[in-house]
Design a protein around this ligand. Structure first.
Ligand SMILES: C[S@@+](CC[C@H](N)C(=O)[O-])C[C@H]1O[C@@H](n2cnc3c(N)ncnc32)[C@H](O)[C@@H]1O
Length: 223
């Protein structure tokens, strides 16, 4: 199936994507960069590295590479903080170059070389793409993916439960829990009560935290 995408400008001037014929977008329409930075980098990565052992790499697993925005922001943070990151990201539907080359993240974040390195990196092997940042892109379906290592942080950035309910099940949360090291954490932009309760069922201790503009609360779930 060929997927068609529309590029949309969000409230902070950064782009997001919408699947043609569907209502869901890849990011908040209030601001894609603002949302990714707040939910994943600040609440997930920055929080985790405060308590991590200096000199030890941090392993991140992302659900949904999509535009590569979370990967780019994390690579920038890793370089600024001199923290080595091993970043694994799964996507069932990798974006074609004709779409991602039109996105304005490299200009807005002044990181054209880094963005290109991330989006053009090969798949299925862990490759150094920048100082402090190695990336393994995985072309696969999270539902039947078998983890072969554990992680410190999971960025759970699937489409919303109302749009893709098969990604928000107790079975998936259990897989996420098992894929984390003790002390690891999962962050997501969705704070619905049934998501929170199912994460608790899976074994997580769940925190509700302030969201980015337009989103009252987000979740950080701790193992
Ligand atoms: C909300 S978007 C991700 C946004 C992305 N993190 C970014 O910064 O652009 C959700 C992503 O999940 C991917 N996806 C959908 N179903 C999937 C599945 N079953 N397994 C893995 N990825 C999936 C989509 O192709 C899409 O790129």
């Amino acid at each position: 199936m060929i997927r068609e995408y529309e590029i949309i400008e969000t409230g902070d001037g950064s782009h997001t994507l919408k699947l043609a014929g569907e209502k869901m977008t890849f990011h908040s329409d209030r601001g894609a960069i603002q949302e990714s930075q707040h939910v994943f980098v600040k609440t997930g990565f920055d929080h985790f590295i405060q308590k991590s052992v200096p000199g030890e790499p941090v392993a991140v697993f992302e659900v949904g590479l999509g535009t590569g925005l979370n990967a780019l922001l994390t690579a920038i943070a890793a370089t600024q903080k001199h923290k080595e990151v091993l970043y694994y990201s799964i996507d069932r539907y990798p974006l074609p170059a004709e779409i991602y080359t039109k996105l304005n993240y490299p200009d807005l974040l002044k990181a054209p070389v880094l963005y290109k390195a991330i989006m053009q990196a090969g798949w299925e092997e862990l490759l150094p793409v920048a100082p402090f940042f190695s990336l393994q892109k995985i072309n696969g379906d999270l539902s039947n993916y078998t983890f072969n290592r554990q992680f410190d942080i999971i960025y759970f950035d699937a489409f919303a439960p109302g749009d893709q309910e098969e990604m928000w099940t107790e079975n998936i949360y259990g897989k996420m829990y098992d894929a984390l090291h003790p002390g690891g954490l999962l962050v997501t932009y969705c704070s619905k009560g049934n998501v929170r309760r199912a994460l608790v069922q899976a074994g997580f201790t769940v925190e509700k935290l302030a969201g980015p503009p337009g989103k009252r609360e987000i979740i950080r779930a701790n193992k």
